[in-house]
Design a protein around this ligand. Structure first.
Ligand code: IVH
Length: 658
């Protein structure tokens, strides 16, 4: 392959991974691996300067402002921090500050929250705008999403003009909940809390942000018409005004005191309900800060100390299998208990079969464990010198340890799964998911009641829900006649739900809420869905081949066929909302919508396109027939121009359909 071709492919790869990271909140490679790809591209471009293009990922910051958000220019740039990784650097920092500012210099030492930096602007005490950091100078306007964060005051006690900066984050518990939900709907896990917070805040749909339980800690006054002498004073003021401020902000006067504060934060690390990725040391006096100023990227008056991940040796007593609610068999090491980053650890994930093989992990081995992202302990390495020959090689089981069904491992996947859809390990979760708000929305059928119904053998699969009787339910603990009736009514009501809720509720792998909607809109009923080919699904924009294959496979399962039949007999709505075709004038044409149209909503325009046999797609390519553009059209319009795709406005579109 020549250099031109190689560079082209490398750029495509980088854009792909950047898109996964910035737009889908689902990075496929680690930050380190991504940085290495960019580094490789940089080197190649340095050696081949004639091949450098303006749109190369080395030139253009990817993921700055997402389409659909407007840009915000930060008057006071939102700077980053210089990282240090060892304790000596703390003393060097102290010496440097004392040289420049004198012996009396004072610092604050704070928790460094691992989330996403935002700016909040108040005029006359009213919240007027909230934005992301973006590239530090230009960020995205995410005011509406930030207004869903409960700890952000919309009105301050004092009517001042002030801009504050803080970190939006997601607690560890919320991250676990979100990842459980994502697993259920076949979406990849958020890699960490930071990613989940970023993805949730940069959502065009405010309701998504609201459901994600975002939180914030503020840590800096960017500008204000009220004067402060010290940083600490400004943080105390913010607290009085109703902000939730950085949980630790302690004073230190020299290297040793800084180290002590940092150690204390380090000790508390595992006990916080949120992730921290270090501690920040800042000069406290604000005039001193002015004197020192900033480099183009970072302030000279602050540093970030990054804690090394704590690793400890322990012994693997056994390797057991846990079956998750999607049927994934996860090998888990049972350990001799060890104290790690604030908690006692006696189990650690071994992820999957390949992980165990790659690291040659055996039962009886002495291993090093660490907490990944400070949450789930994992085995990082075997201490091979400690082997005495008694260690036992682990083998994945061929049958599900819970229900005895065969297990399978799909090509290109590391996970081994149980194939029985009525496997008890999956059933509880499947039913809870089926009844949840975004799925069939059966009020009163939460985890506690599902457990009761399963325990008493009143249900054995999702369809059984529709055959429950008030008499059965009222006999259960904590259930009276009234609540039993309410539950029966809620179940009855769910029968008339739109088909997308049922599709999502079935818990088909890779099929989330959005895919459920896309599919329900294209088919007349569930039978048509159950008998369609994988290609029919992947022809739908935003439905990929993996999703298509997953649907076909799902409906081919005998237990599934049975369940669907029982749901049908019970009277659950199976009708889709396929549009009637008016005529075929847009046959073979693909439209991309961008910006705000004067009279149609996106959905209306899309419905019209489809009712004339056309396709609405989300991304512009050479194959796009028309880009239908409204006000504030973003990068899609630029792309259409550069590819020579014809751009039309709403009036022109109306002429085409009249
Ligand atoms: S001070 C001018 N303090 O860390 C203010 N940053 O790695 C510069 N962060 O982009 C930042 N907790 O988003 C500061 N207590 C804290 C912080 C904090 C988290 C984030 C912030 C910054 C990033 C730099």
């Amino acid at each position: 392959m020549n250099a031109r071709q190689y560079i082209k492919e490398l750029r495509e790869k980088i854009r792909y991974y950047a898109d996964k990271y910035y737009n889908e909140d689902a990075p496929e490679i680690s930050d380190y691996e991504y940085d290495m790809l960019v580094q490789e591209l940089k080197n190649l471009e340095m050696m081949n300067p004639d091949l450098v293009t303006d749109d190369s990922p080395t030139r253009k910051v990817i993921g700055d402002v997402k389409e659909g958000f407007s840009e915000v220019r930060h008057d006071v740039p939102m700077l980053s921090l210089q990282d240090v990784f060892n304790k000596e650097a703390l003393y060097d920092f102290d010496n440097k500050m004392k040289e420049a500012l004198g012996e009396n210099v004072e610092y604050t030492v704070e928790t460094k929250i691992d989330g996403l930096s935002v700016s909040l602007e108040y005029i006359n005490g009213e919240l007027v705008r909230g934005s992301t950091r973006g590239n530090g100078v230009i960020g995205e306007d995410v005011t509406e999403n930030l207004k869903t964060v409960k700890s952000i005051p919309h009105k301050l006690k004092t009517p001042i003009d002030i801009e504050v900066r803080g970190e939006v984050f997601i607690s560890r518990d919320t991250l676990l909940r979100l990842n459980e939900e994502r697993e259920m709907s076949g979406q990849p896990h958020f890699a960490n809390a930071r990613n989940a917070a970023a993805g949730s805040l940069r959502q065009l749909d405010v309701n998504v942000a609201r459901e994600r339980d975002l939180d914030i800690y503020v840590f800096n006054v960017q500008k204000s018409n009220k004067k402060f002498l010290t940083h600490k004073e400004s943080i105390d003021f913010l607290k009085d005004e109703g902000f939730s401020v950085v949980p630790v902000c302690n004073i230190a006067k020299n290297g040793a005191e800084i180290e002590k504060e940092i150690d204390e934060i380090g000790e508390m690390r595992g006990k916080f309900s949120f992730d921290i990725d270090g501690a920040v040391v800042k000069v406290n006096n604000l005039e001193d800060r002015e004197k020192l100023g900033n480099t183009s990227k970072t302030p000279r008056w602050a540093i970030a100390y990054k804690y090394p991940p704590e690793k400890k040796p322990t012994k693997i007593k056994d390797i057991v299998i846990q079956v998750g609610r999607t049927g994934v068999l996860t090998p888990t090491a049972e350990l001799e208990t060890v104290h790690l980053a604030g908690t006692n650890v006696s189990r650690a994930t071994l992820h999957n079969e390949d992980y165990i093989k790659d690291k040659d992990i055996r039962i009886g081995d002495t291993v090093l464990v660490q907490k990944a992202g400070d949450i789930i302990p994992e085995v990082v390495e075997v201490v091979k010198e400690k082997r005495d020959g008694s260690e036992v090689v682990f083998k994945m089981p061929e049958k599900c340890p819970v229900c005895g069904s065969d297990v399978e491992r799909l090509e290109n996947e590391a996970a081994v799964r149980c194939t029985g859809i009525e496997c008890p390990a999956r059933l509880f979760r499947s039913i809870v998911h089926f009844a949840s708000r975004d799925a069939m929305d059966i009020e009163g059928l939460g985890p506690a009641n599902v457990e009761l119904l399963l325990d008493k053998g009143l249900i054995n699969n999702i369809a059984d829900i529709y055959y429950l009787k008030t008499e059965d339910i009222e006999k259960l603990d904590r259930m009276g006649k009234k609540s039993a009736e309410n539950l029966i009514n809620a179940i009855e009501k769910s029968k008339s739900n739109s088909l997308d809720k049922l599709i999502f509720g079935l818990g088909i792998r890779h099929i989330g809420k959005k895919a459920g909607k896309l599919i329900a809109a294209k088919f007349s009923d569930i039978d048509e869905i159950a008998t369609s080919s994988a290609e029919t699904f992947s022809d739908i924009d935003e439905i990929g081949p993996k999703m298509g294959e997953s649907i076909v496979k799902y409906f081919n399962n005998e237990q599934v066929k049975d369940t669907i039949e029982k749901l049908k007999v019970a009277g659950v709505n199976m009708k889709g909302s396929k549009k009637e075709l008016i005529d075929n004038r847009f046959n073979g044409m693909t439209f991309v919508l961008t910006g705000t149209l004067p009279t149609y909503t996106r959905q209306e325009a899309q419905d019209i396109i489809e009712s004339f046999g056309g396709k609405a797609s989300s991304s512009v390519s050479k194959k796009t027939t028309y880009v239908l553009a409204g006000e504030d059209a973003g990068s899609k319009l630029d792309k259409a121009m550069s590819l020579g795709v014809q751009v039309i406005n709403e009036d022109e579109f109306k002429n085409m359909i009249n």
